[in-house]
Design a binder for this molecule. Structure first.
Ligand code: UD1
Length: 419
C-alpha cells in the first residue's frame, strides 16, 4: 500500500498552481445528469473521488470520459440514463455519490441509491437530502439499505433545512431545476461550491436566484442543456499548500485561486503572524517567527472551513503558546490529534475543542489517518518535524489532492511516495 515519506525541515519556497476544486467537480458531475446534451468540465482534478464519480455515472448509463487531448477535461453525456440505480459498492466508497439522487429523480422520475451510511468523521446522515426531495414530491422508501425515490414530475415548494448542508443544498437545488413551479430553499448552504453549481445550472438553462445567500429560489424549467465549464480553484488545496509553506517558515505563493473564497482561512493565517500578499488570483504567504496562538472555530461558510481544521491545527502545534481549535461541523473530526501527539505535539481534547500548546519542534514518526483532511494535516506536520515522517494509508490523500507530493517537492520539500 502506498505511503508518503517526508524528510522534515526543508523550507518551502516558490509558486505552485492550485488544481480545480474536487468538491465542486463532484457536484457538477452529478448535475450533468440533468442535461440532455454533453457537459464538458475543464480543469478537473484527477483525484480518486472524481474517478469514483466517473465510474458511478457510467454505471447509470451516462457516457463519461476524459478528453483525448486534455487530461483535465471531462466529457459527460447523460442523453441516455439506462439505469437510475447507484450501487452500494460505489456509494460506499464516497458519500458524495448521494448527490446523483436529486438529478436522477428529476430527470428519470425514479432513482435508487444506496444509503451511504456512516463514515470516519461522524454519522453524517442524509436526512436533509431526503427531506428536500420528499417535499418536492418524491416518494421515498428505504429498502434494505437502498433509498428508493419515485415521483414525476416534481413540484416546487418551500423547504427549510434543519441543518446547513452543502451537498444537501446542492442535491435538492439540482432536482428543483426541473420541478414544476417555484422552489424556495431556506437555511441553504452558502459555500462557493453551491454558488458555482448554481451558476453552471443557470448556464444550462435553469432559473436560480440567491445562491450564496441562505435563501435560494429556483423556478423550474422543462429541460437543461449541456455546457462547457472550467472548474474553480480548490480552496482547500490552496489553504493546505499555504499552511504547508508557513509551518516550514517558508515563502509560498499559490496561483490560479479565487482568494475571496479563502477569506476565513487567510484571516486566521494573518492572526498567526503570517504576512500575506493577496492579489486577484494568487496568495503569497510568508512566515514570521513561530505562529502566534489563535482561536479557530469551524463553521459553515463564510466561517472557517472544517476541511482546513486539521492542517491549521498542525501549524498551531509549533506555535509560541496555546491555541484552541473548536470543531462544530462534524462530531468526530479529531482523528489526527492522537497522531500529532505521537509526533510530539501537546494537545488536550475537551469535547469539541482541542487545546493546542505550541512546542518548538515536532518529531517525525510513522503516522496513519482515517480521513482525507486528517492525512493532509499529518503531512503538513511532517514537513516541519525532525527526521522522517511516514504517512501511511495515502489513499485518503489521493481521494482529494492531485499530485500532492509533486507540488510540495516543487516547493523544495523532501518528499517521496513509496509503493
Ligand atoms: C461537504 C464537503 C466536505 C465538507 C462538508 C462541510 C463535498 C463533496 N464534501 O460535505 O468536504 O467537509 O461539506 O463543509 O462537497 N447533515 C445532516 N443531515 C444531512 C446532511 C448533513 O445532519 O442530511 C450534517 C452532517 O452530519 C454534518 C453537517 O450536517 O454534521 C454538515 O454536513 P454537510 O454540509 O452535509 O457535508 P457534506 O455536504 O456531506
Amino acid at each position: 500500500m502506498d505511503r508518503i515519506v517526508v524528510e522534515g525541515g526543508a523550507r518551502l519556497e516558490g509558486c505552485v498552481a492550485a488544481s480545480g476544486s474536487k468538491n465542486s467537480t463532484l457536484a457538477l458531475m452529478a448535475a450533468a445528469l440533468l442535461a440532455e446534451g454533453e457537459t464538458v468540465l475543464e480543469r478537473v482534478p484527477r483525484v480518486r473521488d472524481v474517478h469514483h464519480m466517473l465510474e458511478l455515472l457510467r454505471a447509470l448509463g451516462a457516457r463519461a470520459e476524459w478528453d483525448a487531448e486534455d487530461p483535465t477535461r471531462l466529457r459527460i453525456d447523460a442523453a441516455e440514463l439506462t439505469n437510475p440505480e447507484a450501487p452500494y459498492e460505489l456509494v460506499r466508497k464516497m458519500r458524495a455519490s448521494f448527490m446523483v439522487m436529486g438529478p436522477l429523480l428529476a430527470r428519470c422520475g425514479t432513482a435508487r441509491v444506496s444509503e451511504p451510511g456512516g463514515c470516519a468523521i461522524g454519522v453524517r446522515p442524509v436526512d436533509q437530502h431526503l427531506k428536500g426531495l420528499e417535499a418536492l414530491g418524491g416518494k421515498i422508501r428505504l429498502d434494505h439499505g437502498v433509498v428508493e425515490a419515485a415521483g414525476a414530475p416534481l413540484v416546487g415548494t418551500r423547504i427549510a433545512f434543519d441543518v446547513v448542508t452543502v451537498n444537501g443544498t446542492q442535491n435538492v437545488m439540482a432536482a428543483a431545476t426541473l420541478a414544476r413551479g417555484e422552489t424556495v430553499l431556506e437555511n441553504a448552504a452558502r459555500e462557493p461550491e453551491v454558488i458555482e453549481l448554481a451558476q453552471v445550472l443557470c448556464r444550462m438553462g435553469a432559473e436560480i436566484r440567491g445562491a450564496g445567500s441562505d435563501r435560494i429560489v429556483i423556478e423550474g424549467v422543462r429541460s437543461l442543456r449541456g455546457v462547457t465549464h472550467r472548474v474553480a480553484a480548490d480552496r482547500i488545496e490552496a489553504g493546505t499548500l499555504l499552511t504547508a509553506g508557513l509551518i516550514t517558515q517558508g515563502d509560498v505563493t499559490v496561483t490560479d485561486v479565487q482568494p475571496e473564497a479563502l477569506e476565513a482561512v487567510l484571516d486566521k493565517l494573518r492572526e498567526t503572524g503570517a504576512q500575506l500578499d493577496v492579489k486577484s488570483d494568487s496568495v503569497r504567504a510568508r512566515a514570521g517567527e513561530r505562529p502566534a496562538p489563535i482561536r479557530v472555530v469551524t463553521a459553515p461558510y463564510p466561517g472557517f472551513a472544517t476541511d482546513m481544521q486539521a492542517q491549521m491545527m498542525a501549524l498551531l502545534c509549533v506555535g509560541t503558546s496555546s491555541s484552541v481549535v473548536t470543531e462544530t461541523v462534524f462530531e468526530n473530526r479529531f482523528m489526527h490529534v492522537p497522531e500529532l501527539v505521537r509526533m510530539g505535539a501537546d494537545i488536550a481534547l475537551d469535547g469539541r475543542s482541542a487545546h493546542v500548546r505550541g512546542v518548538p519542534r515536532l518529531l517525525g514518526a510513522p503516522v496513519m489517518a482515517t480521513d482525507l483532511r486528517a492525512s493532509a494535516g499529518l503531512l503538513v506536520a511532517g514537513l516541519a518535524a525532525d527526521g522522517e515522517t511516514i504517512v501511511n494509508r495515502v489513499y485518503h490523500i489521493d481521494r482529494g489532492y492531485e499530485r500532492i507530493e509533486e507540488k510540495l517537492s516543487s516547493l523544495g520539500a523532501v518528499i517521496r511516495r513509496e509503493g
